[in-house]
Design a binder for this molecule. Sequence first.
Ligand code: ATP
Length: 243
Amino acid sequence: MTTALELRGLAAGYDSVPAVHQLDLTVGDGEIVALLGPNGAGKTTTLHTIAGLLPRLGGDIGLFGAPLTGRRPDRIARLGLALVPEQRGVFHGLTVEQNLRLHQHSRGGRHLASALERFPALGPVLKRRAGLLSGGEQQMLALAGALASSPRLLMIDEMSHGLAPVVVERLLPALRTAAADTGMAVLLVEQHVHTALDIADRAYVLNRGRLVLHGTAAELRRDPGRIEAAYLDARNREPDLTP
Ligand SMILES: Nc1ncnc2c1ncn2[C@@H]1O[C@H](COP(=O)(O)OP(=O)(O)OP(=O)(O)O)[C@@H](O)[C@H]1O
């Protein structure tokens, strides 16, 4: 498996103050990797830094086998990276079809029809303004839009945000199939640990900006206690006073 994304000692944050420290992480082609952790752990900061929306404060980012140095977000996107942000990045005033065409043109992709095939529920609402769609339909549109640009690496921030579990369960298989069919790599930030481990091949857990756990989804599913411990904030633990 070749490596779509490789972070080595990544430091990321705001105004030169790191919120993510020394992060090592890889995502192989065709692999789905979950980035987990409690609120404020640094997950979104990590995605935004990879996408070039935040400056890197240290360490290295390798994308599709080449080091990423001083590239602009639009250039990074053209290399084959798509980001579905937490707020989904959907233009509410445009129709579903117009939203999809925008994404398609952003990287010259010709995959609108196949992106739509993965989300057939969008077919009947193509002429509807995106702002009138349900939360689940908007997330489908965001995913279909990202897929229409035929990315080599898709990063999704909180896919299940604001959605009923039943809606999320309908979206996940489409994502899994898209990754398997196209060899696309996926880095998935998710608050719902079980949702993420159901779909991912591997997972990393961040806590307060540091990597505290990494393993295959299968081994982490078998041992939920390790995930729980990784989520516990070290600040809240009693100090060990045994002599
Ligand atoms: N624009 C910002 N300016 C300064 N600090 C920020 C900014 N955005 C986030 N932070 C801080 O960076 C740290 C990491 O935040 P981040 O949003 O990456 O966490 P997260 O793991 O994505 O959490 P959540 O699930 O709550 O979105 C937090 O301490 C947060 O307060």
